[in-house]
Design a protein around this ligand. Structure first.
Ligand SMILES: [Ca+2]
Ligand SMILES: [Ca+2]
Ligand SMILES: [Ca+2]
Length: 403
């Protein structure tokens, strides 16, 4: 056997163990890489495996799941912002109204305040203007249910119109005729075609408007009888299910398709005493059906420390817990859920009012303590007030609360 014919082994080529290890590793490494390349080529031919497809589907599912709430939240933000923008524009219009007529508009909850205001704004107006107005705003004709403010009982203290109607009535514009601001050309009330009773209709082309109410957001309909057409309002029928109570005074909703209208409260009548029994206090409210809730002026966390609360003295305690915007006005929208929240007032008890921005409830019989917070009305159920929009908050009420 010749030594030259012997095939050299790997071990014989290496002089040390470490060289042998390096050579072995290199060869095995090349083999692994080749195998991987082969496998990859094979995979490319076969397309994606089932596991890969399922993984991709799962990832897409997770991304879509993350995206849908984000889109919903973005939509809600845009819709809330639109309501807020309109509320603030209306609030600016109320300020312009004050500049023009010398005072904030009345909210219709008290006849004496209402008449005093318009006599001052239009000193030459004919007395018949009120007579005609009261024919077309039916609260004075004995309305005891449905949309109304809680007016004082007793002559002269009645509710003239509700707090949503008053907003449209006051800001929609009056006639330039100084003796007939309501019924003159361009005023809110105009003659109806012959055969209608009362012989009037709402005028959709009013002059001197402080705010241009979009007609499609007003609760107006055309009423047709054998004798012709006239424009009436249908808010009582839609919101309180009492079409027989429909009057000519429309309300204004934030956006088309939304039912609960903007409500306006004048600080003079957030609460008021009945002239015949001053100890009795009334709290202004706007409500439709129970489904829409109760809009009441909001209180403030800013207490009036000049007043000492007094057990069961409603009037003193009402003054102790200030109202938000206590010298001007409040505009309230029910928000996207079309529900103002709030609960009915029990007989002979004050309603629960809520403080802004904390959302703590106030029972003015014991104004320093309440078990309800975060606008809650029923324990454990999120409040319909949380998405309400007002002219004194920069966003929905929930956003203003400290968490
Ligand atoms: Ca009414
Ligand atoms: Ca009405
Ligand atoms: Ca709401």
């Amino acid at each position: 056997m010749q030594a030259g014919n012997t095939k050299p082994t790997l071990a014989s080529q290496c002089h040390t163990n470490s060289e042998l290890y390096n050579q072995l590793f290199k060869h095995r490494g090349l083999g692994v890489m080749r195998a991987a390349r082969t496998r990859r080529r094979t995979n490319r031919r076969q397309g994606f495996t089932l596991i890969e497809i399922l993984t991709v589907i799962a990832i897409i599912g997770i991304l879509v799941g993350l995206l849908i709430p984000a889109i919903g939240a973005a939509r809600r933000y845009v819709a809330n912002s639109a309501i807020l923008f309109e509320a603030q524009t209306i609030a600016n219009a109320v300020e312009q109204y004050k500049n023009k007529y010398g005072d904030y508009p009345p909210d219709g909850s008290n006849r004496a305040v209402f008449e005093r205001h318009f006599r001052k704004a239009f000193p030459n107006m004919a007395a018949t203007e009120f007579t005609i107005l009261y024919q077309v705003a039916n609260n004075l004709s004995g309305e005891s249910s449905g949309l109304r403010a809680v007016g004082g009982s007793g002559s002269g203290q009645e509710t003239v119109m509700d707090a949503a109607e008053a907003l449209v009535f006051c800001l929609g514009g009056f006639s330039s005729d100084p003796t007939h601001p309501f019924t003159g050309p361009g005023g809110p009330i105009t003659a109806a075609p012959a055969g209608f009773s009362p012989p009037f209709q709402y005028n959709v082309t009013r002059d001197n408007a402080m705010f241009e109410f979009k007609q499609e957001q007003l609760s107006l309909e055309v009423e047709e009888t054998g004798s012709g057409f006239r424009t009436i309002s249908v808010d009582e029928g839609i919101l309180a299910d009492t079409p027989s109570r429909n009057d000519l005074m429309p309300v204004y909703s934030p956006g088309t398709g939304r039912l609960a209208p903007f409500v306006y409260f004048d600080s003079r009548t957030y609460s008021f005493s009945n002239a015949s029994s001053p100890g009795q206090l009334f709290f202004n409210v706007y409500y439709g059906t129970l489904l829409r809730g109760f809009a009441r002026p909001y209180k403030s966390d800013n207490l009036n420390t000049n007043v000492i609360p007094n057990q069961n003295d409603w009037k003193t305690n009402d003054a102790f817990v200030r109202y938000a915007n206590d010298n001007s006005f409040q505009i309230i929208s029910a928000g996207l859920d079309d529900d103002y929240g709030g609960v009915a007032q029990a007989a002979n008890e004050p309603p629960l009012l809520y403080k802004f921005p904390s959302g703590d409830a106030v029972d003015i019989r014991s104004p320093n303590g309440s078990s309800f917070s975060r606008y809650t009305e029923v324990p454990g159920i999120p409040s319909a007030q949380l998405d309400n929009v007002t002219n004194f908050a920069d966003g929905i009420l929930e956003d203003a609360m400290e968490n």
